[in-house]
Design a protein around this ligand. Sequence first.
Ligand code: ASP
Length: 315
Amino acid sequence: MTRSPILLIHGGAWDIPADLLDAHEQGVFDALQEGWRLLEHDGSALDAVETAVTALENDPAFDAGRGSFLTRDGRVQLDALIMDGATLRAGGVACVERIRNPIQAARLVLDKSPHVYFVGPGAEEFAQSQGMTLIDNSELVLDRERRRLAEAQAREQAGAPDRTFSGHPEDSHDTVGAVALDSQGRLAAATSTGGTLNKDPGRVGDSSLIGCGCYADNASAAVSLTGWGEPIMKLVLGKWATDRVLAGRSPEQVAPEAMAYLLRRTGGHGGIILLAPDGRYGLAHNTPRMAWGVHTADGPRVGTILRDDSETEEE
Ligand code: ASP
């Protein structure tokens, strides 16, 4: 049976300042167009999420690829995961420093390796062995981020409380992600991030961990998350959400429930996009804003705010 395709995207959940709203909406819109071009011509959900996330990685407005947050020692370290809901194949990379598009390296892991997850230099060697060009880390670093790191470290020196996760307008969660349903009824998910500002080198967040920041299973749903990674990991929140869809709840209900659960159990903040194999979907965030986009056969829609259901209690 042919399905009507759907593509959902997020570009991070935080208190996006007014002067950055346009850049976020434009970036999400452009990525939607690129992913949709494949889906509308019967392309696979897997290719669509890879393409959409590649576009977001290439856009310096987001904390993924070039323009990502810097580690404590001033480097970009990137994490990404892609998952095929039709086969449960997955590919992940973490702490890569020399790859421009980590989601493409993750896709190579999915396609070409018997393994699921590579980290650090091993991930870079694998990507290179599959034909990817390794770059110098400095090509991923923006002056904007050098300044942002210096400010964060000055605040730290001054003994200010860590506001990385406080929703302060300057401290963002700009991770990117996409979930898609294709005309063959296949689901896929992809998430890519530069992690959190001033993170310790080697730190891995939720984004690239299966079932945490990303998951896809045709038997349940596809999901991508953004936000404060440590609480999301502790709750294995992506799998929590897809399991609830499997149990019969709708993605529209589960998305805000996941955010309420995150807040209630861990004090965490973030955003979620969730898509079921029947085409129902849900988006939610318990931050002031989330850059989001949805493309169906009816066309694209983008925004930076949804009704805040963060206080919804799960049943
Ligand atoms: N979840 C990401 C991490 O903790 C950060 C983000 O979403 O911006 O690495």
